[in-house]
Design a binder for this molecule. Structure first.
Ligand code: MN3
Length: 205
């Protein structure tokens, strides 16, 4: 696992306008090149010349309560967005297949029931935060976290390894959807790169 000082600001795997009309070009450009870049830069700045730069971000998340709040906010911001770009695709949407599809049906009853629960959790997260599909002790869970927290952090109410995340900060949707967060969530389902989510699931074993 990379140490923090080895982390690179990731490439966006598609063009800024590739997710239109669901996520508009201007939102993508600002979100990636300004918001995510700022989290990345501030993370690097927060760990610079300390022993934190030789740890992995994941290891720090496990005891983030003992690290500076700048690492919690910006480390979370960097990790969460790095996942988010990869689980979206211009060719996304539809449903998962294979082992993940079976596990979703087993846990939530059906894909539609999962989708409804995730959408509800994302819509009702008060203020800024993220909705997650995560794995805990081999089981799937849906939950949300505030700000740039995630379920790998010891401070998080829900614990697990995220395999799918949805950014519900207003900066992720306000230009196109204004206050209509549920419309943004509905559009998100048309973009989910289920192959990538399946890979994330399979890597956990
Ligand atoms: Mn964001």
């Amino acid at each position: 696992m990379s140490t923090v000082k080895e982390l690179k600001f990731p490439e966006l795997p598609y063009a800024y306008d590739a997710l239109e009309p669901h996520i508009d070009k201007q939102t993508m450009e600002l979100h990636y090149s300004k918001h995510h870049k700022a989290y990345y830069d501030k993370l690097m700045n927060a760990v610079k010349d300390s022993d934190m730069e030789n740890q992995s971000l994941e290891a720090m998340f496990a005891n983030i309560s003992k690290h500076p709040v700048a690492v919690r906010n910006n480390g979370g911001g960097h990790w969460n967005h790095s996942l988010f770009w990869k689980i979206l695709s211009p060719n996304g949407g539809g449903q998962p297949s294979g082992r993940l599809a079976e596990e979703i049906s087993k846990t939530f009853g059906s894909f539609d029931a999962f989708k409804e629960e995730f959408s509800q959790v994302a819509a009702t997260r008060f203020g800024s935060g993220w909705a997650w599909l995560a794995v805990k002790d081999g089981k799937l869970i849906v939950c949300s976290t505030p700000n740039q927290d995630n379920p790998m952090m010891d401070v998080s109410e829900c614990q697990g390894q995220p395999i799918l995340g949805l950014d519900v900060w207003e900066h992720a949707y306000y230009l196109n959807y204004q206050n209509r967060r549920p419309a943004y969530i509905e559009a998100f389902w048309k973009l989910v790169n289920w192959k990538e989510v399946e890979n994330n699931f399979d890597q956990i074993g």
